[in-house]
Design a protein around this ligand. Structure first.
Ligand SMILES: [Zn+2]
Length: 154
């Protein structure tokens, strides 16, 4: 995984929804369908959040209906060691780097955090609940680990 991500690690390419796009120095930071234009590296979190937070929050709300979970506030920020977290008041905070991942892994992260609104720890009961909504979760969890290097970059 790391070897084939050389250009991502060198900031010449960047992931958007699972696709690797060229990362192009620019006067302004913005995302198009085929490239990401970047003024300053520190623009990356806010650029991704303004591009994708709205539609992702809608997706979280619709998955929450299906799974009969009840998240409170949903927000996005940069984490260095996790894809998301859920506090005891059911506020969910996602790592904005989830927007870099393929849609099925974004969905895994969403369902994982929604299950935490019911079960706060990673107990056997938690994984059982998760499996109900996401039978393939073990494979997705493994696949997600291959992307954890992103958290060292942004
Ligand atoms: Zn968890």
């Amino acid at each position: 995984m790391l070897a084939r991500n050389n250009e991502v690690i060198n900031y010449r390419q960047i992931y958007v929804n699972g696709e690797v796009l060229p990362l192009i120095p620019s006067e302004r930071s913005y995302i198009t369908d085929d490239a990401v234009y970047l003024k300053r590296r520190k623009d990356i979190p806010s650029m991704y959040i303004s591009a994708f937070a709205g539609e992702t929050e809608n997706l979280v709300r619709s998955v929450a209906e299906v799974t009969r979970t009840l998240p409170a506030k949903i927000s996005f920020k940069s984490f260095k060691s996790k894809w998301g977290c859920c506090d005891p008041s059911r506020n969910i905070t996602f790592n904005f780097m989830m927007f870099m991942l393929p849609p099925h892994l974004q969905r895994y992260i969403i369902i994982h955090e929604l299950c935490h609104t019911i079960c706060f720890n990673h107990s056997a009961a938690f994984w059982k609940l998760l499996e109900e909504f996401e039978p393939d979760y073990k494979r997705e969890k493994r696949e997600l680990e291959e992307y954890s290097f992103l958290m060292t970059l942004y």
